[in-house]
Design a protein around this ligand. Structure first.
Ligand code: F6P
Length: 324
C-alpha cells in the first residue's frame, strides 16, 4: 500500500479533525502518501481530492467539525455512484481507504469493499456512541460535556423560577447521551428509547420530587425516546396533569455536535488513526478500529454495523438513587 485516502462522512463529530491528523501523520511516518477526500463519499464520486502532508494538518487537533467536510451521499447508495467513485480512486492510484463516521459510513464502506475488493478501515465518529465494538465513538465524550454544561445553565434558571424543564438531547435511536449526561447533570428523570418509563411513572416521579422539597426539576429526554409523545406534547401533558408545575422545554440540537474536542476524544482519535493506518499496512481490511477496556482493537465492519452498543441499565438505577 503506497497511497491511502481518508474521508469523513455522515454527521460530523468533535474529534474528527484529530483523527484526520492522526491518519495523515501516521501515513507520513510510514512513508505512505495520504489523500484527503472532501465531502465524504460524494467527494469520492466527484474526484474532490487533495494531497495531505503532515503540515497540512497543523493546528486542527483542537478544532470541532471536519476540515474535510462531510455529507450523506445518496449517489453513493447506487451502483453507478460507487463505480464512479472507484474509478476516481484507481485514477489517483489510491490503494486503501480510511473512513471516519457512523454506521451509514461503515455500511457504504462494506458494500464498496464487497463490490470492488477495495481495502477499507473504519474509525467510529459520531456523538451518538451507537456503534458495536467500541466503548466510545469520537465526539461522544465532548458531546456529553457540552450537554452537561448546557444543563447546568438551565438548572440555574430552573431553580430561580421553581420550574420543570424538559431537555431534549440527540442520540438518534440510542440513549447514551441522555443517560450519561443526565446523571452528570443531576437530572430528576431520564427518558431513553431503551426503557419505556411510561407516562404514569413519570407523573408519579415528578409528584414525589415536588413533595420531597426540590425547587427545580430537570427531565432529560433522548430524541429517540418511545414514551409516545414528543417533548412539547409532554410539556402540555404534564401541565394538564400536574398544574403545580410550570414547565419549559429546551431542545439542545446541533450545538451538541460542535465545539473543541475533549482531551479524551483527541487522545482516542490519535490512537484510532494510528491503528487504522497500521492495520491497512499489515494487509487487514473491512474492520473498524475501536476501544474496548482501554485497548485499541479491531471489529469486523459487518458486526460494528449490525450489533448495537448496549446501554448499561445499572446506570438507570444509579440515576433513580441519585434523584432521591
Ligand atoms: O448521528 C448524529 C446526529 O447528530 C444524531 O444525534 C441526530 O439524530 C442526527 O445526527 C441529526 O442529523 P442532521 O444533522 O442531518 O440533522
Amino acid at each position: 500500500i503506497k497511497k491511502i485516502g481518508v474521508l469523513t462522512s455522515g454527521g460530523d463529530s468533535p474529534g474528527m479533525n484529530a483523527a484526520i491528523r492522526s491518519v495523515v501523520r501516521t501515513c507520513a511516518f510510514h512513508n505512505v502518501e495520504c489523500i484527503g477526500i472532501y465531502r465524504g463519499y460524494q467527494g469520492m464520486i466527484e474526484g474532490d481530492f487533495k494531497e495531505l502532508g503532515p503540515r497540512s494538518v497543523n493546528n486542527i487537533v483542537n478544532k470541532g467539525g471536519t476540515v474535510l467536510k462531510s455529507a450523506r451521499s445518496k449517489e453513493f447508495m447506487t451502483v453507478e455512484g460507487r463505480q464512479k467513485a472507484h474509478k476516481h480512486l484507481t485514477d489517483y492510484n489510491i490503494d486503501a481507504l480510511v473512513v471516519i463516521g457512523g454506521d451509514g459510513t461503515f455500511t457504504g464502506a462494506e458494500i464498496f469493499n464487497n463490490e470492488f475488493g477495495f481495502p477499507v478501515m473504519g474509525i467510529p465518529g459520531t456523538i451518538d456512541n451507537d456503534i458495536f465494538g467500541t466503548s466510545h465513538t469520537l465526539g461522544y465524550d465532548t458531546a456529553l460535556n457540552t450537554v452537561v454544561e448546557a444543563i447546568d445553565k438551565i438548572r440555574d434558571t430552573a431553580s430561580s423560577h421553581n420550574r420543570l424543564f424538559f431537555v431534549e438531547v440527540m442520540g438518534r435511536d440510542a440513549g447514551h447521551i441522555a443517560l450519561n449526561a443526565g446523571i452528570g447533570a443531576g437530572a430528576e428523570e431520564i427518558l431513553i428509547p431503551e426503557e419505556d418509563l411510561g407516562l404514569d411513572r413519570l407523573l408519579e416521579s415528578l409528584q414525589k420530587s415536588k413533595a420531597s422539597g426540590k425547587s427545580s426539576s430537570i427531565v432529560v429526554i433522548a430524541e429517540g425516546d418511545k414514551i409516545g409523545k414528543n417533548v412539547f406534547e409532554l410539556k402540555d401533558y404534564v401541565e394538564a396533569n400536574l398544574p403545580e408545575y410550570d414547565v419549559r422545554v429546551s431542545v439542545l440540537g446541533h450545538m451538541q455536535r460542535g465545539g473543541s474536542p475533549s482531551c479524551f476524544d483527541r487522545v482516542l482519535a490519535s490512537r484510532l488513526g494510528v491503528k487504522a493506518v497500521e492495520s491497512l499496512l499489515e494487509g487487514k481490511s473491512n474492520f473498524m478500529v475501536g476501544l474496548l477496556c482501554d485497548k485499541v482493537n479491531l471489529t469486523p465492519l459487518e458486526q460494528a454495523i449490525k450489533g448495537s452498543s448496549e446501554i448499561d441499565m445499572e446506570l438507570l438505577r444509579v440515576s433513580d438513587i441519585m434523584s432521591t
